[in-house]
Design a protein around this ligand. Structure first.
Ligand code: ADP
Ligand code: LRH
Length: 484
């Protein structure tokens, strides 16, 4: 029996989906949750005059199309939740209108301002408050660059992208906390904007709207949205872990506390879940981040390069050749001898788009390693390098947090990459449990379902529901394989 249906809007750097999240169970308890894809659409950065932007209006249009299809199948959707990638923001003018397309985080304009931000507030002080890993695209640096431009003159407010989409659906402006925690402007211990950091870097403390927690109701749909989509006037928008990684971590099917997770998509987010942030110098030097999780948990993790290295390589090959079949490529990569070259997947040289195979080959050559000669060898190099980085980060996460790790969960699109999962198990020397693929949309649905009484309990209870609802794939570490 269906207890309730929720809508999840989940947009990643490589694509978006609108999902129906269906909670089933008796009158007293939810016993299963499942997702149905309602609408999928592509996403990519667009380049104009040497800068990188997101087509946010186009994405919103896709969201509305998806919500229209959702209403067609499930007219009684209780609520909608939205998550996207982190750090990016939109500027709004005094009338609440979008000033311009938001920059995409791979745009390199922040390089010129990082030193001036650190002169206003040294990295040690920033870390002690925000707990955030240094990444050149953290919102704090993006806004420092923005202040030098003409768009800033017209800006009176800023919204992170999921908050912008929620504003367009409801007319209500809020800053959802998990995503706010990725800006570099947020106090990790107090779970609120840091007026100290905002002051020091010269950003008005009123730029972002007040914080709301994942699980709180944002508002009702605007009349124009109701008529465009056919959704009911009683459908609400609920704040979820609007940072996609926060939603993904909610749905990690962990059964005991000693788990590490890898949210594997465009990026790989590798770490553990904690109750309190670790704001020490040792943690900062290891470049671990303390991002805010649902229920004020801490996502203690590092961003490692992800499948971006693979998708960008494929994009390059397809730009002057026929379409590449991912499954064939992965089968070929599996045949490549182990022990080949490794690159640093976290290197800043891999952040920008374009010419990825050439950049990977150059990195191998520079470090005196054999240069991949075939596509299969190049893909193997990427996957070996990712697995190597994962093992290193899992080990460091355990050491820095004092947590004994006995299993690694891989969720997201990359959990379908059997070779990557096996290499990860081998290099970590730990069992890997892969799935669910759509953990992000699932975490999005579960948080809404709890707010509206269709499920109950702690994150552990929600995870138990995921374990009950999904078939997972297990990879045992192979003794003979190369260890890091
Ligand atoms: P994001 O949310 O960052 O856009 P996803 O979690 O959707 O990313 O993951 C997308 C990635 O998953 C793709 O880049 C691709 O490498 C990988 N992937 C998707 N489907 C498969 C598959 N069938 N086999 C192996 N890898 C896959
Ligand atoms: C993954 C992600 C990650 C961020 C990056 C910008 O989609 O949200 O957690 O660091 O995108």
């Amino acid at each position: 029996t269906v207890r309730a249906v929720f809508g999840a809007v989940d947009i990643g750097a490589s694509g978006g989906r609108v999902m129906a999240g269906i909670v089933e169970g008796s009158d007293h308890a939810a016993h299963r949750v499942r997702l149905e894809v309602v609408h999928r659409f592509g996403n990519r950065v667009s380049e104009r005059d040497g800068s990188l932007f997101w087509d946010i209006r186009g994405l919103f249009d896709q969201v509305l199309t998806g919500l229209g299809k959702l209403a067609g199948s499930y007219p009684d959707v209780v609520s909608i939740g939205i998550d996207t990638w982190a750090v990016d923001y939109a500027l709004l003018d005094a009338d609440g209108e979008l000033v311009a397309d938001p920059y995409a985080y791979r745009d390199d304009r922040t390089a010129a301002v990082i030193d001036s931000v650190h002169a206003a507030m040294p990295p040690e002080e920033l870390y002690a408050i925000t707990g955030l890993q240094f990444l050149p695209f953290n919102t704090i640096y993006q806004l420092a660059a923005e202040k030098l431009g003409e768009r800033w003159q017209r800006a009176s407010a800023a919204l992170l992208l999921p908050d912008l989409l929620a504003y367009w659906l409801t007319g209500v402006q809020r800053s959802e906390a998990t995503n706010a925690s990725t800006t570099g402007l947020f106090d990790a211990a107090r779970h609120d904007w840091s007026t100290l950091v905002l002051d020091r870097v010269g950003i008005p403390s009123t730029l972002f709207p007040p914080v709301s927690a994942a699980g709180s109701v944002t508002g009702s749909l605007l009349p124009g949205i109701v008529s465009r989509t056919g959704l009911s006037r009683s459908t609400l928008v609920t704040a979820v872990g609007s940072h996609d990684t926060a939603s993904a971590v909610v749905a990690v099917p962990a059964e005991q506390p000693g788990f590490a997770y890898i949210s594997s998509g465009t990026w790989s987010l590798v770490g553990v879940e904690l109750e309190q942030p670790i704001l020490t110098e040792a943690s900062r030097e290891a470049n671990f981040t303390n991002e805010g999780g649902v229920d004020n948990r801490i996502r203690y993790l590092r961003n490692a390069g992800g499948l971006w290295l693979l998708t960008e390589s494929i994009r390059e090959w397809e730009s002057d050749g026929p379409p590449v079949d991912l499954a064939d490529l992965l089968t070929a990569a599996e045949q490549v001898r182990p022990g080949g070259p490794l690159v640093d997947v976290d290197a800043e040289e891999f952040i920008a788009p374009g010419r990825m195979p050439q950049r990977i080959a150059a990195a191998c050559e520079r470090s005196g390693q054999p240069v991949p000669q075939t596509r299969a060898e190049l893909v193997r190099c990427v996957l070996d390098s990712l697995a190597h980085a994962y093992a290193d980060i899992v080990q460091q996460a355990g050491r820095l947090s004092g947590r004994e790790i006995d299993v690694v969960h891989v969720v997201g699109g990359g959990s379908q990459n059997a070779l990557l999962c096996q290499l990860t198990a081998d290099r970590c020397g730990l069992p890997v449990v892969a799935g669910p693929v759509e953990a992000t949309a699932l975490g999005n649905v579960l948080v809404q379902a709890r707010t509206h009484g269709a499920v109950a309990g702690t994150l552990e209870d929600l995870r138990e529901l995921v374990v009950r609802s999904y078939d997972l794939t297990h990879y045992a570490p192979q003794e003979s394989a190369v260890r890091s």
